[in-house]
Design a protein around this ligand. Structure first.
Ligand code: NDP
Length: 331
């Protein structure tokens, strides 16, 4: 495993990490969750990603139980939570104060996450989305105070625009507060704009770190949907029709089919090619893996082994196949 600083912070994060969206407390049982965590930790993963919204809080409970049972030293791993969506599991039963990035919810959600995870502090705390109904200033002050209280160590954003991230930094600088360290954007062969173009300046200026999500586009980039719809997969879960429609668009499938042919030429598996491709981007601090089966995670953790196949020539070839390399504005 390789470790890298999370942006300009001194925190060393494993370049492959592990998250529990749609799996813990939902798609997989507690024994599988335990196997997955153990496989990740034994493979050198030191960052476990979670959120208040995952399985309505159940995902944090499951992860907390596993961490307690494993008894790994608390200073050997990093755990996150995220705040914004609330913890109702999508039932629509939330009161207005139970979501968003206002001081009340951010503070209460932090306490609730700590309780579910059975921990004294979160290493990383993310604003899961921007909140148009709360001044960014209120959120920056709240995150700073949580750090001062020792409840969180670093805070960051997820799917914020570069402008919103910079607004948070402007406020932090004005009042001498601790600004956001990292952003959690989607990044994979099919979704590239934010990571490759929009944030380009702020990697250098504020030293933004990134913990990227869905490196396999929810499994589509494994190639397993290339010739039909396999059973027992995420996109077949009841209630996930929105995700299925979005990720299985014909344009995506056609790209994945073509890249799969190139993977065969390189003699590498499609999941490994897609994950290693994310690792090739130096602005990616860590690639958060997801898995519903231990065998998947065991395979995905081998992504480093095929990095040498991704020469400049192969990367150019992949760009040509994908035909979606974002363009910088001309100057
Ligand atoms: P991926 O895009 O890698 O999708 C993971 C899923 O793909 C697995 O659960 C599994 O689903 C399938 N899969 C994985 N490996 C293989 C393999 N080798 N062969 C076949 N199928 C495979 O990542 P996620 O979408 O899970 O995202 C990773 C993490 O990022 C999340 O757990 C979460 O922590 C974070 N995240 C953050 C978001 C945010 O808004 N900040 C949004 C989404 C995720 P199956 O077997 O069911 O098909």
């Amino acid at each position: 495993m390789e470790y890298q600083r999370l942006g300009k912070s001194g925190l060393q994060v494993s370049r492959l990490s592990f998250g529990s969206w749609l799996t813990f407390g939902k798609q997989v049982g507690d024994t599988t969750a335990e196997d997955l965590m153990k496989t990740a930790y034994d493979g050198g993963v030191n960052f476990f990603d979670n959120a208040e919204a995952y399985a309505g809080g159940k995902s944090e409970e499951v992860m907390g139980e596993v961490l307690k049972k494993m008894g790994w030293q608390r200073d050997s791993y990093i755990v996150s939570s995220k705040v914004f969506f609330g913890a109702d599991g999508g039932s629509g039963s939330l009161m207005p104060t139970q979501k968003g990035l206002n001081r009340k919810h951010v503070v209460e959600a932090c306490d609730q996450a700590l309780k579910r995870l059975q921990m004294d502090y979160l290493d990383l705390y993310f604003c899961h989305r921007p909140d148009k109904n709360t001044p960014i200033e209120e959120t920056v002050w709240t995150m700073h105070n949580l750090i001062q209280q020792g409840k969180i160590l670093y805070w960051g954003t997820s799917e914020w625009s570069a402008q919103e991230i910079m607004e948070a930094h402007r406020i932090a600088e004005r009042y001498n507060l601790i600004g956001p360290t990292m952003e959690q954007p989607q990044y994979n062969m099919l979704v590239r704009e934010k990571v490759e173009v929009e944030y380009d300046q702020i990697y250098k200026t504020v030293g933004l770190g990134t913990t990227i999500w869905s490196p396999l586009a929810s499994g589509v980039l494994t190639g397993k949907y290339n010739d039909g719809f396999p059973e027992d997969t995420r996109l077949g879960i009841e209630g996930m029709e929105w995700l299925k429609d979005r990720t299985l668009a014909e344009q995506n499938l056609s790209r994945v089919r073509k890249v799969s042919e190139f993977a065969r030429e390189l003699e590498v598996s499609m999941p490994l090619l897609a994950i290693a491709w994310c690792l090739k981007n130096d602005n990616v601090s860590t690639v958060i893996l997801g898995a519903s089966k231990t065998s998947q995670l065991e395979e995905n953790l081998k992504a480093f082994d095929i990095l040498d196949k991704l020469t400049d020539e192969s990367m150019t070839k992949i760009d040509e196949i994908l035909e979606n390399k974002p363009v910088f504005p001309p100057f």
